[in-house]
Write a protein that binds this ligand. Structure first.
Ligand code: HEM
Ligand code: HEM
Length: 294
């Protein structure tokens, strides 16, 4: 029971990340000028930017409740694995801090560091959900199958891909919050050149995100290829194939976002795909961790 519910919570979180990213992309971040209420009420008129910003808050509130229920279910269905319950409690703490960060972005009028930290925490929560999902099977290592060597390899690939994707996402958050999204206004070249003049900070930042993004994608595709070629487990191979295809789509979405002048739907999908990629990579690592807690 806990597992299907956790999967639902993950999908709910991904939808919340879309909403949050869309709020920023449509300049609706301060549509509700106060917090925790919106214009002094919990039931403001849901029009314009208020619709998206307040919906994001309501969706986040529901997430805290839904996740609390899944932690209670975890406790009931896996009483012998107390560490799962503790990880769940850590997840609740993360959500509370995350809500506070969301409130602070509003009250302090969107400081870059807090807005970027809000994305950083959202991704940590997604990673935590992926670990819970990976370890709630009856015997995670057995479910993944294969010998010890195979699992150690999958663990290495999963950890490498997770770290790179997280780092690249943080650079992306900085690009977004420093308003460097259109510092290279053309695609795939930057200011008409393969290597643009790099005297301005925002061009350096944007260009770093592009170049690092392509390099990260190549490494993740190599990880995906290794998982497909060297692992017998069907679920790990499937996750490997998904990682490779999704990271290629992510690079394409990045360039398309620039070509479409940061179209809100495209950039929000770019954020959502970053979160989904991280979830899959962390899942691969966590479910292959043979010596992890039972
Ligand atoms: C009541 C609690 C929350 C409030 C008041 C809130 C508020 C906000 C605001 C104002 C923004 C736009 C920030 C900007 O333009 O820089 C935002 C973006 C976002 N929110 Fe929330 N939020 C809350 C909870 C959450 C939770 C629980 C999550 C996910 C677990 C989440 C995920 C996001 C994401 C991913 C973004 C986009 C960040 C980015 O573009 O870098 N939020 N939120
Ligand atoms: C593995 C590859 C990549 C990952 C994981 C990734 C991830 C991200 C993330 C998480 C953000 C921040 C979104 C937010 O704060 O809500 C972002 C922003 C951005 N990314 Fe990427 N990215 C990748 C590759 C690329 C590439 C190749 C481009 C090509 C131009 C690109 C273009 C952008 C742009 C323009 C933004 C800023 C969007 C805005 O200002 O609204 N990304 N990226």
């Amino acid at each position: 029971m806990a597992r299907p519910f956790l999967l639902f919570v993950l999908l709910w979180t991904i939808a919340l990340i879309f909403l949050g990213s869309y709020v920023h992309a449509t300049d609706a971040s301060l549509a509700c000028p106060d917090w925790p209420t919106c214009f002094g009420t919990m039931m403001p008129e849901m029009t314009g930017g208020v619709f998206w910003e307040h919906l994001h808050r309501l969706w986040a509130g529901a997430l805290v409740l839904l996740f609390a229920v899944s932690v209670a279910l975890l406790r009931r269905s896996h009483p012998e694995r107390i560490w799962l319950f503790r990880l769940g409690l850590a997840g609740i703490a993360i959500l509370l801090v995350q809500s506070l960060l969301g409130g602070l972005t509003v009250l302090l009028r969107l400081p870059d560091a807090i807005s970027a930290a809000h994305l950083a925490m959202a991704l940590v929560f997604v990673a935590l959900l992926a670990i819970l999902l990976a370890r709630t099977g009856r015997d995670p290592a057995a479910a993944v199958g294969g010998g010890s060597g195979e699992r150690a390899l999958a663990l290495r690939m999963g950890v490498l891909a997770s770290l790179l994707l997280y780092a690249q996402s943080m650079v992306g958050a900085w690009v977004r919050h420093r308003d460097a999204g259109m510092a290279c206004p053309d695609s795939p070249l930057c200011l008409g050149r393969l290597v643009p003049p790099l005297e301005f900070g925002i061009v350096q930042l944007h260009y770093l995100h592009r170049v690092f993004g392509v390099l990260v994608a190549l490494v993740v595709i190599a990880c995906s290829w290794t998982l497909l070629r060297r692992c017998g487990s069907r679920s790990v191979r499937l996750a490997g194939a998904a990682l490779g295809a999704a990271v290629a789509a992510q690079v394409l979405l990045g360039f398309l976002s620039v070509a479409a002048r940061l179209d809100p739907v495209l950039v929000s999908l770019h954020t959502v795909l970053a979160a989904t990629l991280l979830a899959v990579a962390v899942w691969v690592a966590a479910s292959s961790w043979e010596r992890g807690p039972a």
